[in-house]
Design a protein around this ligand. Structure first.
Ligand SMILES: NC(=O)c1ccc[n+]([C@@H]2O[C@H](COP(=O)([O-])OP(=O)(O)OC[C@H]3O[C@@H](n4cnc5c(N)ncnc54)[C@H](O)[C@@H]3O)[C@@H](O)[C@H]2O)c1
Length: 339
């Protein structure tokens, strides 16, 4: 098989990260881009030297397209992914996989039924510090996980919500700081910590209540399947996008992931296991650098490689289940079982 033909649907902020990776890969070529905003579609096609469409159905009918990357507002992810697998295409969908657990379940069913992969863009799993932490935890060398902490203190302005009208609304964004900004952290916490079974949580809209209907702040107690306990706090109300902090307390050592580094602490002994990569990125640094790795692994699996590196819909759904549980717990005051 030659290079995989790829379509990118949605030519907004994140699409350049995808298009750059697709055009740089030896495994793929960018066939077309799609945006309902014709100007955006044309501009992207001119930059990357490919076809453009305004209707995504044209792209998924395109015989040269093998893989569709979905970079559109959250509420469109499930319907676009389902249409694409029905048309015989593999799908890489930006996070969140969907805006509800039931939508994600339908995507998983359709993916199986049509024998096409749907992968989810949780690229931070491929960051060197995340990979190393996972390897150490899974090896058992530092004992069982006892506690997991995740802190996201970011900054989103009124203008951020106004410039893309789908943000800030439950119907189109599916939530606020939880489903958009901190879902990567929830995914890493549950992936590294061993899976979450229940949550006790609260959410609030503290700063931009006159502009958005979704939460800008959330805190949660997470009860892990293995008996570990987690603390999670996320807000868009800070004054800067501080590096995300994740801490995993195990029986024999504590792992700290922050700003591209991984430190292991054993008593007074602190060891830097992964140092920060140097160099510039053309995109916002807190998006991380690992989209290209995730995309390459996805293509390798499609071309007959090991699919274990694909973050499947089922896996991508775990963070959605946590978010759903957080909302339910916040509105009822109860501990909510999610798994
Ligand atoms: N993985 C990450 O770190 C990361 C970072 C940023 C954004 N994202 C995700 O990427 C997705 C897109 O986010 P964004 O910031 O680029 O949004 P954006 O608003 O900047 O861009 C979305 C684009 O989709 C287009 N669009 C809307 N409806 C469409 C349709 N029916 N058909 C074709 N195009 C359509 C819009 O015109 C717009 O150009 C979201 O799911 C977001 O959460 C992921």
């Amino acid at each position: 098989m030659g290079k995989l033909g790829v379509a990118v649907i949605g030519c907004g902020s994140i699409h350049g990260v995808h298009a750059d990776a697709i055009t740089a890969s030896q495994l793929s070529r960018l066939v077309c881009v799609v945006d309902i905003d014709e100007g955006r579609a044309r501009a992207s096609a001119a930059k990357y030297g490919c076809r453009w469409y305004v209707d995504y159905l044209e792209a998924i009918k395109d015989d040269e397209v093998d893989v569709v990357h979905i970079c559109t507002p959250h509420y469109l992810h499930s319907s676009m992914a389902i249409e694409a697998v029905r048309a015989g295409k593999h799908v890489l969908v930006e996070k969140p996989v969907a805006i509800s657990v039931s939508q994600a379940q339908e995507m998983a069913q359709e993916s199986k039924k049509h024998g096409r992969y749907i992968g989810v863009c949780f690229q931070n799993r491929f960051n060197p510090e995340s990979q190393k932490a996972k390897e150490i935890i899974d090896s058992g060398e530092i004992g069982a996980v006892k506690g997991v902490k995740g802190i996201v203190t970011w900054y989103r302005t009124r203008e951020y919500y106004l410039e893309s009208g789908w943000r800030g609304k439950f119907a189109t964004e599916g939530g606020g700081v939880l489903i958009n900004q901190s879902i990567h952290t929830l995914d890493l916490m549950q992936w590294l910590g061993g899976g979450v079974k229940a949550v006790k949580a609260s959410v609030a809209t503290n700063l931009l209540g006159d502009a958005i209907e979704v939460e800008d702040t959330a805190d949660a107690l997470l009860f892990f399947k293995n008996g570990a306990r987690g603390i999670f706090y996320a807000t868009n109300c800070y004054v800067a996008n501080s590096p995300v902090e994740i801490e995993i307390v195990c029986e024999k050592a504590t792992l700290k992931l922050c700003d591209g580094t991984l430190v292991m602490e054993q008593g007074e002994n602190k060891q830097l296991l992964v140092g920060k990569e140097s160099g510039q990125t053309a995109y916002k640094s807190y998006w991380g650098r690992s989209h290209a790795i995730l995309i390459e692994e996805f293509y390798k699996a499609i071309l007959g490689g090991d699919p274990k590196h694909i973050i499947s819909v089922e896996e991508g759904m775990e963070s959605l289940k946590i978010i759903d549980g957080i909302y339910k717990s916040s509105s009822t005051g109860n501990v909510i079982n999610i798994n």
